[in-house]
Design a protein around this ligand. Structure first.
Ligand code: FAD
Ligand code: NAP
Length: 867
């Protein structure tokens, strides 16, 4: 392709595609004063709704939410006729918006973009059209649609068919006449399921060629009253917020309850209610784990199968229609009389998994066991989704590398936020791969992407920045994130177009971001607010600033899983702990982070005596014959919050892996019980274990103390107390990111003061509740780092986290122990945050740390034995 010199006009931005995305992008940029040109292959606006004119085509998100929200005026001037509008009405809406905003004057129709090449010297793109002409643009924005590249399977004999052939995604403008004809439909995805009931009514005979049966629920479509629409528009600001910060872009979400928590009768009642109500998410939103847990999923799946059995009269046909994959791991489908259609005399179902299609003949379809004569053949066979439309353009970035080659292997598909990819500066992909797009109400995703890109371009112009590009580090991070999140669910366990599995030879890999549109928006906004972290850019040639390259910065080495947890916690919108009362702060539930508790041979809850009272303990005894070594464990929580449940999961894991009894101690909390109560309770508990060892199957010679955070502080303090107050003698101390000093003057406090789960302010709040006065803070039983002499203490394991305000004081304590001659193993988990030790439900590193601690304990215990 010739370079810029031979090109035609120069634009600030070229947008490819005139569907919902491209039209709004044009509007935003034009309003901001940029010169923009949109190129569209079709002869008019509409995108999806221009091309997919098949009978029965309608939206699956309620129309009142499946529209633009950026303009109150547009909202107020439009009404929808029904809950799920049909394609012609949606297309009219798009035309109405295009007219209202006078968009067509900047759109060149009937023009396909065939190539786009980045010019490194000029820092701009040359865009080439199918008529051989080209233009130059600074920003190249793809609004190609995720589902715009139709998939017609390469079946032998395809071109020999004498009848009419259509693909749902390339439907002709004229009405297709099915009357009295023998019609075949291949495909039973959303498109097929919408088209089949309508075609069946008209056709002489309809044969459906089904490869995979589908779950589908009734849409329960109905006309909308104008009054209802008006009311929705009146409260739209609030509705909009709910949509924007939701999982799927609708103003409601799942009930926070597992399907397994309800009785079968209650589940049946709720599923039946959802079936009657209709809607895309109604059934799944009864519970929050249908897409996560196979057992929960099966409750919904079997309900739908039972409905198919009820509806379809012929049991053999019903059986063929029963899906078995995990429900909702393909985009859920809603229908109008789909299963009922198989009760019609003129409809037959062919299972092409049992008897595959051999070839298309001039007269119809030949399967391995039959021949079907057809006049019309409809392909409802879907799309080469997400990457398909991008790969149809020869997009070349820096060093002439093509996007197709860069992403040749599925595991290599790397984007940053689904918006950009390294090596392709100034190129933005609207609803691109690895964004939430297809998993959501696309309108919410589209508006969010367009707004983000428009704001970004404003920023670049204001700061005289050019060649804006995602870094390799950022895209590796994001891609890892996308895979990790998808893998947490059942989404990756099904062959679907989300996985690229519908196209022969397409590399497999989950193509979207499954963390939800709300979280995604927060992440994108956060990255923009940090000066577009994860992107690099270059100062404009004509800038007066003499610094050459303005490197973007990226969020250091934080572990992607930990970062995701932080963003989720942030998006939950909980107030900082220091603004709560201790009672309220204690109500926080982090059990999801801890994960499922594993079985331990015996778990006993009891109380033990301490000075002036008694406290609860939980004793975990592993399988096997005692006496066992023991770990006395103190939970974290800044001496103010936390309890036995907080650390139940790691205690179970430690008991099983270290083969020791774990006695978890519920010491009394501040501010009701200030310093030194927690320390004294902890010491009393350790002494109780030593003194009552036989009664709990413990070997008194092999007792360790340990804990995390404030619990690590207590473990260190108990070791000091035991040395100074006559025992017992401990085999080991296991200090997980311990608090060791009442001071805030370390680098880790400065670097990690906020944004990494435990904040400096929260730590100040904890200390203030715990200590009676400043003097207490100097007491080694509060700040063991200040103890004059640390010699003679038990060997220690000190684990710290890179992104923890307490990192440096933990490591300083390890250094002092070493200097005092105490054997110490110290490990920093670089990418981790405070608290990670009790988050094995979501962090792989928690498993590593727990295994490390268990091995260290085992070794320490066996060292005692050999003495
Ligand atoms: P599109 O509407 O696909 O527009 C992309 C445009 O780019 C097309 O017009 C195409 O011609 C043009 N184009 C592509 N490549 C080139 C090129 N090289 N040169 C020039 N032009 C090019 N989503 C929902 O959220 N809810 C729904 O109910 C829903 N229903 C759907 C129903 C169907 C039948 C389909 C197929 C999809 C549906 N979707 C739905 C997804 C739908 O695609 C989006 O909601 C939305 O319409 C996408 O808008 P877009 O502008 O991003 O892409
Ligand atoms: P799809 O979901 O990919 O379904 C394609 C169908 O064709 C599947 O049944 C598939 O079978 C079958 N198929 C594909 N290749 C085949 C082959 N070689 N031989 C035989 N059968 C084959 O495509 P779609 O129905 O067009 O929907 C795509 C997406 O568009 C939807 O998921 C949705 O996001 C959107 N959409 C939405 C609506 C709506 O309700 N608003 C309507 C239409 C589309 P397998 O399952 O075995 O692969």
């Amino acid at each position: 392709m010739a370079l810029n010199q031979q090109s035609g006009r120069v634009f600030d931005a070229v947008v490819v595609g005139a569907g919902f995305s491209g039209l709004y992008m044009l509007h935003r940029l034009r309003e901001a004063g940029y010169s923009v040109r949109v190129y569209e292959a079709a002869d008019d606006v509409g995108g999806t709704w221009y091309w997919n004119r098949y009978p029965g085509a309608r939206c699956d998100i309620e129309s009142i939410y499946y529209n633009y929200t950026f303009s109150k005026e547009i909202l107020n001037e439009w009404t929808w006729s029904s809950r799920y509008a049909e394609q012609p009405e949606i297309l009219s809406y798009i035309n109405f918006v295009a007219d209202k905003l006078d968009l067509r004057r900047d759109i060149q129709f009937k023009t396909r973009i065939t190539a786009a090449r980045y010019n490194e010297e000029n820092r701009n793109w040359e865009i080439r059209m199918d008529d051989g002409t080209s233009v130059v643009t600074e920003y190249f924005i793809t609004a190609l649609g995720c589902l715009s590249s139709s998939n017609i399977p390469k079946i032998k004999g395809l071109d020999s068919f004498k009848g009419e052939m259509y693909h749902t995604g390339r439907w002709p403008h004229k009405k297709v006449d099915f009357s009295s004809k023998r019609v075949g439909v291949i495909g039973t995805g959303s498109s097929g399921i919408q088209a089949i009931p309508v075609i069946a009514k008209e056709a002489g005979h309809l044969t459906v060629f089904q490869r995979t049966p589908q779950y589908s629920c009734p849409a329960q479509n109905h006309p909308l009253e104008e009054e209802d629409i008006r009311k929705t528009w009146e409260n739209y600001d609030e509705t909009k917020q709910l949509m924007r910060y939701s999982q799927h872009g609708v103003p409601y979400g799942p009930r926070m309850r597992s399907a397994l928590e309800d009785s079968p009768e209650e589940r049946e009642r709720l599923y039946e209610k959802a079936w009657q109500e209709g809607g895309l998410f109604t059934l799944t939103y009864n519970y929050n784990d249908i897409a996560m847990l196979p057992e929960s999923n099966e409750t919904a799946a079997s309900f739908i199968r039972s409905k198919i059995k009820q509806i379809v009269h012929d049991p053999e046909v019903a059986q063929k229609l029963m899906p078995t994959y995990y429900y909702a791991t393909k985009r859920p489908i809603i229908d109008t009389n789909y299963f009922e259609t198989y009760n019609r005399e003129n409809v037959s179902l062919v299972d092409i998994k049992a008897a595959p299609i051999m070839e298309i003949t001039p007269d119809g379809i030949k399967t391995t066991d039959n021949e079907y004569e057809l006049d019309v053949l409809v392909f409802a066979t879907g799309f080469d989704a997400m990457t398909g439309p991008l790969f149809k353009i020869d997009i070349r970035g820096k060093n002439d590398v093509s996007l197709k080659d860069k992403w040749a292997d599925g595991s290599e598909l790397k984007t940053y936020l689904g918006l950009a990819t390294s090596g392709f500066p100034n190129m933005f992909m609207l609803t691109g791969p690895q964004s939430p797009s297809v998993l959501s109400n696309m309108m919410v995703s589209i508006e969010q992407h367009v707004d983000w890109v428009a704001d970004c371009i404003d920023y670049l112009r204001e700061h005289h920045l050019e060649a804006f590009e995602a870094t390799e580090k950022a895209e590796a991070f994001w891609s890892q994130q996308c895979h990790a999140i998808a893998d947490m669910s059942l989404l990756t366990k099904t062959d679907s177009w989300y996985m690229g599995a519908n196209i022969d030879g397409k590399p497999r890999g989950f193509l979207a971001f499954a963390g939800g549109v709300g979280l995604y928006r927060i992440i994108c906004d956060d990255i923009a607010a940090r000066g577009y972290e994860g992107f690099t850019s270059v100062l404009a040639h004509d800038s007066t600033d003499d610094s050459k390259v303005k490197e973007g910065f990226f969020m250091s080495n934080i572990d992607p899983q930990a970062w995701f947890i932080l963003k989720q916690l942030e998006s939950a919108g909980a107030p900082p702990m220091e603004l709560l009362t201790p009672e309220l702060a204690r109500m926080g539930d982090f059990s999801l982070l801890a994960g499922a508790p594993e079985e331990v041979a015996k778990v006993e809850n009891r109380t033990i005596p301490v000075p002036e009272g008694e406290i609860p303990v939980r004793i975990y005894t592993p399988a096997g014959e005692g006496p066992f070594p023991a770990l006395v464990y103190y939970h974290g929580g800044g001496w103010v919050i936390g309890n036995l449940d907080t650390v139940d999961v790691p205690c179970r894991m430690l008991a099983n892996r270290a083969g020791c009894v774990v006695v978890s101690v519920d010491y009394r909390l501040a501010p009701e019980h200030k310093f030194p109560t927690a320390a004294e309770d902890s010491y009393a508990a350790a002494k109780w274990v030593a003194e009552n060892a036989a009664s709990i199957q413990v070997d008194p010679e092999r007792i360790a103390v340990g804990g995390d955070s404030a619990g690590g502080n207590l473990a260190a303090v108990v070791a000091l107390m035991a040395r100074e107050q006559g025992g017992p003698s401990f085999a080991y101390q296991m200090l997980i990111y311990p608090v060791t000093n009442h001071a805030y003057d370390t680098d880790s406090y400065r670097d990690n003061a906020e944004g990494y789960f435990l904040t400096k302010n929260t730590m100040v709040w904890f200390w203030n509740h715990y200590l009676r006065n400043e003097e207490d803070g100097q007491n080694p039983y509060a700040s063991p780092l200040l103890a004059e002499d640390l010699s003679g203490l038990p060997p220690a394991l000190v684990i710290t986290a890179g992104f923890d305000p307490l990192r440096d004081e933990g490591e300083a304590y390890a250094e002092r122990l070493k200097a005092a001659g105490v054997p110490v193993e110290v490990t920093r988990y670089d990418g981790m945050i405070h608290g990670f030790f009790w988050m094995p439900g979501v962090l792989a590193e928690a498993h590593n740390a727990i295994n490390q601690a268990a091995n260290a304990l085992k070794q320490a215990f066996s060292a005692v034995k050999t003495i």
